[in-house]
Design a protein around this ligand. Sequence first.
Ligand code: PBG
Length: 324
Amino acid sequence: MIIRPRRLRASPAMRRLVAETRVHPSQLILPMFVREGLSEPLPISSMPGVVQHCLDSMRRAIAEAAALGVGGVMLFGVPEHRDALGSGATDPEGILNLATRAAVAEAGDALVVQTDLCLDEFTDHGHCGVLDARGRVDNDASLERYRDMGVAQAEAGSQLLGLSGMMDGQVAAVRNALDSAGFTETPLLGYAAKYASAFYGPFREAVQSTLQGDRRTYQLDPANRREGAREVLIDVAEGADVVMVKPAMSYLDVLADASASSPVPVWAYQVSGEYAMIEAAAANGWIDRERAVLESVTSIVRAGADAVLTYYASELARSIRSTV
Ligand code: PBG
């Protein structure tokens, strides 16, 4: 026997030397929930260790992430009042826009402050767009709301807008609105291949979603790989500066396709349910938590993600720094 692959696995030093994938803190993005009216952070029961932030705790968590070398934060707003149009999303004093200003002031140039551009946290029906007279999600009317939301977020100082609503034409619409308002320099992250996933379950608690039904008329069918690749091409053609695949772990094939075909960076979102599964299994002693966290994010990077949105961003940045 001449060929013995185990030679390169014999010691920690050798394994480290031949590792094909490395996760770096700068490629981690921390999603954060900021809730209106809070004076203290509030735990989210289905996501142990993750909280709904008040403005103060958000600032502290951003300072911590920045000190750990985390690449960015993605802000989600949880408003006190919701209505059919999601008015809070375009209100300059709405919670997400308020939080964005505070976040940018706190972060300085240390990391990239990003905002979720979607109506679902702000609508009383919980859908990502506005509804027509028959109660269906109205694509083109929703685009008008996204345009205004985009400009409000850019005015608040957001450094990258995450378009997660899955309306057709959303990247082109928001790009056009931003450019008309003079925000030609504000980049767009297109949630290109976002699937209608059961793994968003805990997120619905995190943002206190009021959604009845599901999002299957606008998010992708989990069965479809080619369609994910198509959505990536569409978002790139519409001017997306970065594209996203979401969720991550159950969609690594879609991610690998996107990584191979996209001329712009490809990011992936390790979503709330992925986090909750690791936490629940670890709490039962069924898996080694730290190893599972690193392995899960490493697999997402290995599949082709240039950066990963993960609720583990700060924790993982800390543990990576302590081992190198
Ligand atoms: C929609 C949005 C969702 C998530 C991020 N943006 C929920 C959904 O589409 O139902 C889920 C994120 C997660 O589960 O961690 N604005």
